[in-house]
Design a protein around this ligand. Structure first.
Ligand code: OSB
Ligand code: MG
Length: 370
């Protein structure tokens, strides 16, 4: 692959409405957009770390630091033949997966564009459409969440995920089941808000026919999740705890979960995400693609990844208008039918990036050439 230049942009965009999880409330996106140029093509990546270190330890500032001082200089001083080589190139770097993924995904997009194929094809995905779900944040009252669920059910989302936290859990799923019945594909995401001391509450969740409960226990645990899974009929899904292929194998072998959430940023890029997908497929464990309130670039990477066959559960891959008044990709990402998004047919991520919007949203910019 020919790589001539890399540009980093820090962009800040307000969310249409604040999004609250058990670890806090967010009202804007603050991320790094990476553009890599080569042979007349531009590949794009989007970092998924948040401004503050409450989902994981990375932040927008640490991502920028890693890119500026290590990853971009490293990339520009080496030859990269295939996008798969990028994770090997950065393997000596400890963690900082979201920083690595921001540039690795851009190189996958560049590779697909230079080869004249879609990113999904480059990854080996053969779905033409994917079914999508939506993640709904915590609100001051149960009623407000129920109203939001109603809105997204009407838009056709195939799976509803609600954020929960201690004290805002049983009442919420009970109210949703009462209003929409047992057939609604419903799950809950705790973002690590519970411990095994809460076993009674978690066991009570078993009464509501949830598709799964996501990351109930500590962000760095797979042992206690295994103990919990033995106590529950509801499948446990791991998000925060899985950073590597080895983590995934350990979780499968320990029985820490029955379903896995794969986020490209959390696992350091598309190559690793695909490896974890393949392992889960071999071991008979379904996966789905998680979201990090991405703008269109990140979402298009998620869509391409979701075209792989073991992404058999609708992921958090909602349309642009879920979070953005105006997306940075044109056209924005829309459903082709209720709950269905088409895998784009154009080269690479398949939508244009609006360079003018990008420029308008940029608060800091850096360009490096070979
Ligand atoms: O745990 O999946 C999560 C958003 C911020 C931080 C963590 C999570 C989430 C989501 C968002 O659930 C889903 C989306 O991007 O649509
Ligand atoms: Mg989660």
């Amino acid at each position: 692959m020919k790589i001539e230049q890399v540009t980093l942009r820090r962009v800040q965009v307000p969310l249409q409405a604040p999004f609250e999880t058990s670890f806090g409330r967010m009202d804007r996106k603050d991320c790094v957009i990476v553009s890599v140029y080569g042979e007349g093509a531009t590949g794009y990546g989007e970092s998924v770390a948040f401004a503050a270190p409450y989902y994981n330890e990375e932040t927008t500032d640490t991502v920028w630091h890693m890119l500026e001082h290590f990853l971009v200089p490293d990339l520009l001083s080496k030859e990269v033949k295939r996008p798969e080589d990028v994770s090997a190139l950065f393997a000596p770097v400890r963690r900082n997966h979201m920083a690595i993924a921001a540039i690795e995904t851009a190189l996958w997009d560049l590779h697909a564009k230079q080869s004249g194929i879609t990113l999904a094809q480059a990854l080996g995905g053969d779905k033409r459409e994917i079914e999508v779900g939506v993640s709904i944040g915590i609100e001051p009252t149960v009623d407000q969440v129920v109203r939001n669920v109603e809105r997204y059910v009407e838009q056709g989302y195939k799976r509803i995920k609600v954020k929960i936290k201690p004290g805002f859990d049983i009442r919420l799923v009970e109210a949703i089941r009462k209003r929409f019945g047992d057939e609604l594909p419903l799950m809950a995401d705790a973002n690590s808000a519970y411990t095994l001391d809460d076993l009674a509450v978690l066991k009570e969740m078993d009464n509501y026919k949830l598709m799964m409960i996501e990351q109930p226990l500590a962000h760095d645990d797979i042992i206690e999740h295994a103990a919990l899974q033995r106590e529950l009929r509801t499948p446990v899904c791991l998000d925060e705890s899985i950073h590597t292929l080895t983590d995934a194998r350990h979780a499968i072998e320990l029985g820490s979960c029955r379903i896995m959430n794969i986020k490209i940023g959390r696992v350091g890029g598309l190559t690793n995400a695909r490896r974890i997908h393949d392992l889960c497929q071999e071991r008979g464990m379904p996966v789905w693609c998680g979201g990090m309130l991405e703008l269109g670039i990140g979402r298009l990477h998620n869509i391409a990844l979701s075209s792989l066959s073991n992404f058999s559960i609708p992921g958090d891959v909602s349309a642009s208008k879920r979070f953005w008044a105006q997306d940075i990709v044109v056209p924005g990402i829309e459903m082709v039918r209720p709950g269905v998004i088409a895998v784009p047919a154009g080269a690479g991520i398949g939508h244009e990036v609006c360079e003018q919007s990008l420029e308008r949203l940029t608060v800091k910019k850096l360009t490096r050439s070979r």
